[in-house]
Design a binder for this molecule. Structure first.
Ligand code: SF4
Ligand code: SF4
Length: 165
């Protein structure tokens, strides 16, 4: 099977429920303008943050992504995702992390260098070639997330009576 998402235990919840997908003006007008009735759209500087109302899917979802070949960078990046973006005069600083809900993240997370290159190019396209762009992995948040996952796994082992480590 070449596409691991076809065996997604959540039936591809990352597309069926959006939580803060970050897109730029070009992506928004190409893929979401005119079909954002079921979305909360928050504009932050040059980026839009999109979230589903309730349990609604992405407007480009129809059993599969209708825009897969030209999907937003933040979709391509997943299960990494952009965290905070700070815009300054002629510069932009962005963090990214991997504390996402993807159940196959251990299998799907590629090298950080590739993720950083995607984000870097996206921010250059968004803020202009002359903008100074800095991208950093959010180590602190990721560590908290992984500790929480370990604690949850341990609690589950206790509940199911499997105390082995
Ligand atoms: S990226 Fe993760 S959550 Fe999204 S469809 Fe693939 S396996 Fe499922
Ligand atoms: S644009 Fe496509 S890949 Fe991105 S959330 Fe929507 S359906 Fe999923």
């Amino acid at each position: 099977m070449s596409n691991p998402c076809l065996k997604c235990p959540t039936q591809q919840s990352c597309c069926r429920e959006l939580h803060g997908l970050k897109v730029n003006e070009d992506e928004f007008s190409r893929l979401f303008a005119g079909k954002s009735d079921h979305l909360t759209v928050v504009k932050k500087g040059k980026l839009y943050e999109l979230s589903s109302h309730g349990k609604g899917p992405c407007p480009n979802w129809d059993g599969h992504c209708q825009a897969y070949g030209t999907r937003p960078m933040d979709c391509d990046l997943y299960p990494y995702t952009i965290g905070n973006v700070f815009e300054g005069k002629g510069e932009v600083y962005a963090t990214y992390h991997s504390r996402t809900e993807c159940p196959l993240s251990d299998e799907l997370l590629g090298p950080r260098e590739k993720a950083e290159a995607l984000i870097y190019n996206f921010l250059k396209a968004t803020y202009g070639e002359t903008a100074k762009v800095t991208v950093r992995y959010d180590e602190g948040a990721a560590r908290v997330y992984h500790l929480a996952r370990r604690a949850m796994a341990k609690a589950q082992r206790v509940l199911t009576g499997d105390g082995s480590q």
